[in-house]
Ligand binder design. Sequence first.
Ligand code: ZN
Length: 206
Amino acid sequence: MTPFNMTKEAVDSFWGKMKVGGTSECWEWQGSKDAFGYGTCNITHQSGTKRAHRVAFILTFGEIPEGIWVCHKCDNPGCANPHHMFLGTPAMNNLDRDRKGRHKTLCGEEHWSQKKPHLIRRGERHWTRFKEARRVKGDEHWSRKRPEKCRRGDIHPMALLTSSQVLEVRKMVSEGVNDCAIGRKYKVNRATIRAIRVGKTWKHLS
Ligand SMILES: [Zn+2]
């Protein structure tokens, strides 16, 4: 069975969408591209949009586990030559990027959202507006149905503080210590302390 249950025609049509050349050359994707310049394709009706270089890699070398990235050796996001790819984790990809000296956060006018504002879906174009029915809220929301799956407080992957520290923070707040000073003590930003103070974060902790 071919990956993604693609028919032979689908596979042929996929390879037909790039300029296949020698293994050392970049095979430029001729189809649509996303905001980051990666080729995108809909290989089957069910699959949804996939990144072309990932599909090319899987078709050539076989399946890869979820969560593993297909990264470009050539740094050309529009290239789909599977021989220009290597497998990595997000962390490895970041390392590679640092090593290549691309560790530069694009901001302001350099940021993709400034260059291609039509790609940002806000307001009326946001899916929550036109697919209101698909939005699961209230008691139907997964966090209500399976509260044990909800990672709050200490087990939240982004938690900067522990719950006992938060209690200490609250105590200091009640004693009138300012956010900056508390933040310095726990080596977090004052905004983190403010969020605790106004009850935006850690509200489940009483
Ligand atoms: Zn390439």
